[in-house]
Design a protein around this ligand. Structure first.
Ligand code: GDP
Length: 299
């Protein structure tokens, strides 16, 4: 946890330190507020939440004036409120009515889907849960091999199909294997071709229907690359129109100072960020914790 916090602070600290420096000026004039807005927008927090935060900070600093808590505390409270600590971020990965939980991992290719499936399996296995993986991304040639390698590394079975085969049939087989092995959870990697919304809807819809004939889909996790900014937000919107997303995985936060996207994407989709990716290594996935995140922002 300490290591993750350090890594987060390294990438996200610019925003918090910048805000603190601006808010600690002796005289905060209109230019300063504009600088603060620019900083927030640059960090991808989004226009709405930026204005909200600035409004609240202005009010608090004006009303409380000299009596106000230290700037750092005010800022911490307001940033935390923006990230919304009340959202339920627990993953639903326990057997239900004698059947495995099924997690569908969705998102555009390249965002880190396959890697995230592997890392998540590792976390679950470390928690003493049994897992089967399904390589239903049958379009990216290397995806099945990549997932199988993760499975071997973590010590769980990976169900693969023929290259270019039907993703739904791989998902079906994976869940069937999971039922047989009586595992806690089956994690299914899916393909993320976005050129055509109707096609995506057909494909993910079919995967979900086929899975649900056997076991409940308990999580649909949308994987988003934090470095893609507004483009990522557009992708997020499309996916959320196609499937009922239950949580967001924000990857590559280690390579981006734009952690504000946590706020933007939660607002946009109305679902919580549940996991964050902080590197390429097997241990670089962590549950998203608003308090830790805001502390990392403030350095
Ligand atoms: P997919 O096409 O969505 O399945 O993407 P992959 O899982 O193959 O990942 C694409 C690239 O992103 C790989 O090089 C991963 O190692 C890298 N990647 C995934 N997650 C993270 C992360 O949290 N941080 C960093 N820095 N790289 C990541």
């Amino acid at each position: 946890l300490v290591r993750l916090r350090q890594r987060l602070a390294r990438s996200q600290g610019v925003l918090g330190r910048g805000l603190l420096a601006l808010l600690s000026r002796d005289k905060i004039d209109e230019d300063t507020w504009e600088e603060i807005e620019d900083l927030l927008i640059t960090a991808d927090i989004g226009v709405g939440p930026t204005q909200e935060l600035v409004e609240r900070l202005r009010t608090r600093l004006r009303v409380e004036g000299a009596d106000s808590a230290p700037v750092r505390e005010v800022l911490r409270e307001e940033l935390l409120a923006l990230v919304d600590p009340t959202m339920d971020r627990r993953l639903s990965v326990s057997r239900q009515e004698g059947r495995p939980a099924v997690v569908l991992m969705v998102g555009v290719n390249g965002t880190g889907k396959t890697t995230t499936v592997g890392k998540l399996a590792r976390i679950l296995v470390a928690e003493d849960r049994s897992v089967v993986l399904g390589a239903a991304d049958t379009f990216r040639a290397a995806a099945a091999a990549q997932l199988t390698t993760w499975g071997e590394r973590v010590g769980v079975d990976t169900v693969v199909g023929p290259e270019g085969g039907d993703p739904a049939s791989v998902a079906f087989e994976a869940v069937r294997t999971g039922m047989e092995q009586e595992v806690d959870a089956v994690i299914v990697d899916t393909a993320g071709r976005l050129q055509n919304k109707a096609g995506l809807m057909d494909e993910l819809g079919k995967v979900k229907r086929v899975v649900e004939k056997q076991a409940p889909v308990t999580e649909v996790l949308l994987v988003l690359d934090a470095t893609t900014g507004q483009n990522g937000m557009i992708q997020a919107r499309v996916f959320s129109e196609v499937v009922d997303v239950t949580g967001i995985v924000l990857t590559k936060l280690d390579g981006s100072a734009k952690g504000g996207i946590v706020v933007a994407v939660q607002r946009e989709l109305g679902v919580p960020v549940k996991l964050v990716g902080l590197g390429e290594g097997p241990d670089d996935l962590a549950p998203f914790d608003p308090g830790t995140f805001v502390d990392a922002l403030l350095g």
